[in-house]
Write a protein that binds this ligand. Structure first.
Ligand SMILES: [Zn+2]
Length: 104
């Protein structure tokens, strides 16, 4: 599978991981748009929110709580954004949530 996020999950493509467990990996965006810009990614390849199903509910919920924990870790609880892009706005075809903060 030629998926850049699957390669990060497998370790084939090394990045500094901010968090990792059996289901999720968190790392910094390589093209940050805000002072804090993390990507929260499920390890299992789900192409997009457009194709997410009932079986994905647990990991998608876990991602939201992980975004909250990362906002606490990076001290941006005063204001942050959690975003998921789909369709023409999605650049990597492996679902991922952006956590952005630290801007005024
Ligand atoms: Zn993938």
């Amino acid at each position: 599978m030629d998926c850049v996020f699957c390669k990060i999950v497998s370790g084939e493509l090394p990045v500094n991981k901010e968090f990792e467990d059996d289901d999720i990996v968190v790392f910094k965006s390589n093209r940050p748009e805000t002072p804090v810009h993390l990507l929260v990614v499920p390890k299992r390849h789900i192409e997009s929110l457009k194709v997410a199903e009932d079986d994905d509910v647990q990991v998608l919920g876990k991602i939201q709580l992980m975004a909250k924990r990362m906002a606490e870790k990076f001290e941006i609880v005063g204001g942050y954004k959690v975003m998921v892009n789909a369709g023409k706005f999605q650049e990597v075809p492996h679902i991922h949530y952006h956590l952005k903060g630290g801007m005024n």
